[in-house]
Design a protein around this ligand. Structure first.
Ligand SMILES: Nc1ncnc2c1ncn2[C@@H]1O[C@H](COP(=O)(O)OP(=O)(O)OP(=O)(O)O)[C@@H](O)[C@H]1O
Ligand SMILES: [Mg+2]
Length: 332
């Protein structure tokens, strides 16, 4: 099957075409970073309006790049949730309208699932695997046993890791999006210069907590030592506290599950230090670590088109009642 995928869950309007035989044919992302930068975070109402402006040109470009007219498209997949409800509705309603006008089937896909399966765009991972989904809104571990089977093992009790990066960058005044800014600042800086707390929770817990770390940074920045500190070393030390826990807990979960395969997914898995640590520690512990390209970690529609193609090829279809949802379906 050849599927057009549409993603609009947060602040990226994206469209892609994935073909079950030929693979990924196009992948277009229009970012709203400049629109939200002045606010230091995504403003939901502005995000919806930007999606409205971008969705038609982005879909047209994805079709043109793929050399596909509507006749070559067998189905349309769109992110149904979780995410910002206004943003989701723009992409989803557009997909449903196209489905009606083109007389092609439509399939709603889950944003978290599409992150977790994005790795298949580049690698044929063997099931089962453990997935760390670490993004702006989520930090969770899953046991993934098939295309329809993802079991929640644990997740953050408070902030997502991406949220911690973004809020920390705002406190330090170093730019937006925060994770990217902190990653860049940390290059060449000393990650052991300051010791920020790591919340390991109980010995075998697959849960995470980053709110204490955020408070520790705020307290440190307000102290005389913090005021005199080199911002690069603060960024690197803060980043180290996050990625140490992410890599440590993800590898521990893989070992507990008896699965020697770990897949990283979501925007924070674009982080250079996390990628290095996960790869090094995985090699030392006999766990194969899969790292999708950075552009496939952050929000994109290639992962939506891929998951849509797999699901629709297996007979999955959504009806006219298909609607957007804001909250995650994967809970403890
Ligand atoms: N190099 C990086 N280092 C650390 N964090 C990063 C990096 N690149 C992006 N991020 C973070 O990734 C997050 C965005 O990821 P993504 O686009 O997957 O999240 P989202 O779609 O907003 O959230 P979710 O997928 O949970 O709905 C932001 O918090 C951003 O700061
Ligand atoms: Mg995302």
């Amino acid at each position: 099957m050849r599927v057009l995928g549409i993603e609009s869950s947060c602040d990226e309007t994206a469209a892609a075409v994935y073909d079950g035989s030929a693979g990924l044919l196009s992948n277009v992302v229009s970012s709203q970073v400049k629109v939200h930068a002045a606010y230091g975070g995504v403003v939901p109402e502005l995000a919806s309006r930007e999606h409205l402006k971008s969705v038609v040109p982005v879909v047209e470009k994805a079709l043109a790049d793929a050399g596909s007219g509507r006749d070559a498209i067998d189905g349309i997949a769109a992110t149904a949730g979780p995410g910002l409800i206004g943003s989701l509705l723009v992409g989803l309603c557009f997909a449903k309208s196209l489905s009606f006008a083109w007389e092609k089937p439509v399939c709603g896909v889950d944003h978290l699932e599409s992150h977790v399966y994005a790795v298949f765009l580049e690698s044929e991972v063997v099931f089962p695997y453990v997935a760390l989904l670490v993004s702006g809104g989520h930090t969770s571990l899953f046991r993934v046993t098939g295309w329809e089977a993802m079991r929640f093992l644990g997740g953050t009790l408070d902030d997502a890791a991406g949220e911690a990066f973004d809020k920390a960058a705002k406190m330090m005044g170093v730019g937006y999006p925060g994770g990217v800014a902190i990653d860049r600042l940390s290059q060449g800086a000393d990650p052991a210069r300051y010791r920020f707390p790591r919340a390991w929770l109980s010995h075998d817990s697959a849960d995470f907590s980053f709110s204490g770390l955020k408070t520790a940074l705020r307290t440190f920045l307000a102290s005389p030592e913090g005021a005199a500190a080199k911002v690069e070393d603060v960024a690197a030390s803060f980043q180290e506290a996050i990625v140490d826990v992410l890599a440590g807990k993800a590898l521990a979960a893989a070992k507990r599950e008896g699965i020697p395969r770990l897949v990283l997914s979501g925007g924070v898995s674009a982080n250079s230090r996390l990628r290095l640590l996960a790869r090094e520690r995985g090699a030392a512990e006999g766990v194969d670590v899969y790292l999708p390209s950075r552009s496939l970690c952050t929000d994109n529609a290639a992962m939506v088109a891929l998951l849509g193609e797999r699901r629709m090829s297996a007979g999955s279809r959504s009806g006219p009642e298909l609607n957007a949802y804001a909250a995650s379906r994967f809970t403890r």
